[in-house]
Write a protein that binds this ligand. Structure first.
Ligand SMILES: O=C(O)[C@H](O)COP(=O)(O)O
Length: 230
């Protein structure tokens, strides 16, 4: 039996300000720090011990992972950061206020951009101040791979190689794994793990700072799922 714990980062400054964030690197809010620490306490209370940790290359997820590991006395656990676990890229919506965008384009359209499986938000221009094409942390990627927009389908497609190369082999080797990432990269992983349909995934929400614990058998079938209450 191996365990996989998924944690959406604590509330970020732009969750609080209600702005589309995606690949913009905003920090945790004070409330987000509390949520991340609380997630670590819950993990300790439940006696969860990790062999490997994964996170994105975005501050809010990295800090959440570190608070979780610190609060559960496991800061020593090996960790790897990857762009493949980044939030879904929100394209030209990045930086915009969600309410104002709904007033401009209609609530229905904004809901489709936010939750549909395969509708792409508008692309971001490479010269936008919210584009990541010149961000040093992606310098080792082929510039064409850096997203200009993503829906959940595209996000899942870039998360999956990381699942195949790292997460699944760890779980098959009996390791316990923790992943601190983002609402939509984790919705994508959840869709795959639980085989959720394209239609039903629209209704799945990930709460900030709430650990979701999967137990897998030796063949990587899910035998249990539990959410740790805040
Ligand atoms: O990138 C963002 O704006 C949030 O992290 C997730 O946004 P969503 O709730 O619109 O998917």
């Amino acid at each position: 039996m191996s365990k996989l714990v998924l944690i959406r980062h604590g509330q970020s400054a732009w969750n609080l300000a209600n702005r589309f964030t995606g690949w913009i690197d905003v920090d945790l809010s004070d409330e987000g720090v509390k949520e991340a620490k609380n997630a670590g306490k819950l993990i300790k209370e439940h006696g969860l011990e990790f062999d490997q940790a994964y996170t994105s290359v975005l501050t809010r997820a990295i800090k959440t992972l570190h608070y979780v590991l610190e609060e559960s006395d496991q800061l020593w656990v090996p960790e790897m950061k990857t762009w493949r676990l980044n939030e879904r890229h929100y394209g030209g919506l990045q930086g915009l206020n969600k309410t104002k965008t709904a007033e401009k384009y209609g609530k229905k359209q904004v809901h489709i951009w936010r939750r549909s499986y395969d509708v792409l938000p508008p692309k971001i221009d490479d010269d936008s101040k919210y584009s990541q094409v010149h961000d040093r942390r992606y310098a080792n990627l082929d510039p064409h791979i850096i997203p200009r927009t993503e829906n959940l389908k595209v996000c899942l497609a870039r998360v999956m190689p990381f699942w195949e190369d790292h997460i699944a082999p760890d779980l098959l080797a009996g390791k316990n794994v923790v992943i601190a990432a983002h609402g939509n990269s984790l919705r994508a992983l959840t869709k795959y793990i639980e085989n959720i349909s394209d239609a039903d995934i629209m209704n799945l929400e990930m709460k900030t700072g709430e650990p979701v614990v999967y137990t897998f058998d030796k063949k990587l079938n899910v035998v249990n799922k539990e959410k740790l209450d805040k």
